[in-house]
Design a protein around this ligand. Sequence first.
Ligand SMILES: CC(C)(COP(=O)(O)OP(=O)(O)OC[C@H]1O[C@@H](n2cnc3c(N)ncnc32)[C@H](O)[C@@H]1OP(=O)(O)O)[C@@H](O)C(=O)NCCC(=O)NCCS
Length: 168
Amino acid sequence: MISTTPLGQDDRASWERLFAGYNAFYGRTWPASRYEIAWREFQRDDRVHALGARLDGQLVGITHFLVHASTTSPDVCYLQDLFTDPDARGRGVARALIHSVREWARQQGCDRLYWHTRQDNHTARRLYDQITDNHDFIVYAVPLGGSDNAGAPVTGDASTREPDSQPF
Ligand SMILES: CC(C)(COP(=O)(O)OP(=O)(O)OC[C@H]1O[C@@H](n2cnc3c(N)ncnc32)[C@H](O)[C@@H]1OP(=O)(O)O)[C@@H](O)C(=O)NCCC(=O)NCCS
């Protein structure tokens, strides 16, 4: 039986393990200090929010999300991160997390919930395609130096630049 709840202090270590797994999936490694900053933000539950999924009492999935204004509708909810423990995959954990974020966003009065994924993330897309349609947008992102992850200034021929591993 899967349950989804906000994260509490007891989840700190498991959350970091899962978030580190998510970062590794995107080729990122973070120092411990950065996890601490993120954890404090999620515990504040003000600008960004987190939910965890439990299976038999173990934290096996996490999602991070936020609400932002829209120029064309009421506020919208952006689901930024989603990760499930490799040992718990294919059992509906991610589906349960998306469902809970959708309900949360609905209660906040959001107009819609949306997220991005890589074109070639076929595993994730098998799930997403069961939930909603993709809107066929592509994403451009310019690093601005505001984080450890930010790259060099964007110059030169775009075709020769390495893609940024930061999803958003
Ligand atoms: C994508 C991810 C979050 C899916 O998590 P999950 O808990 O396994 O997903 P669910 O069990 O809720 O998935 C349900 C559906 O997705 C599909 N699916 C997910 N994982 C699958 C797998 N390993 N093999 C086959 N189908 C799979 C199935 O269609 C399944 O539906 P069904 O059982 O009704 O057929 C997980 O694989 C993951 O963390 N991947 C690495 C990080 C990532 O890609 N995050 C998303 C970035 S946008």
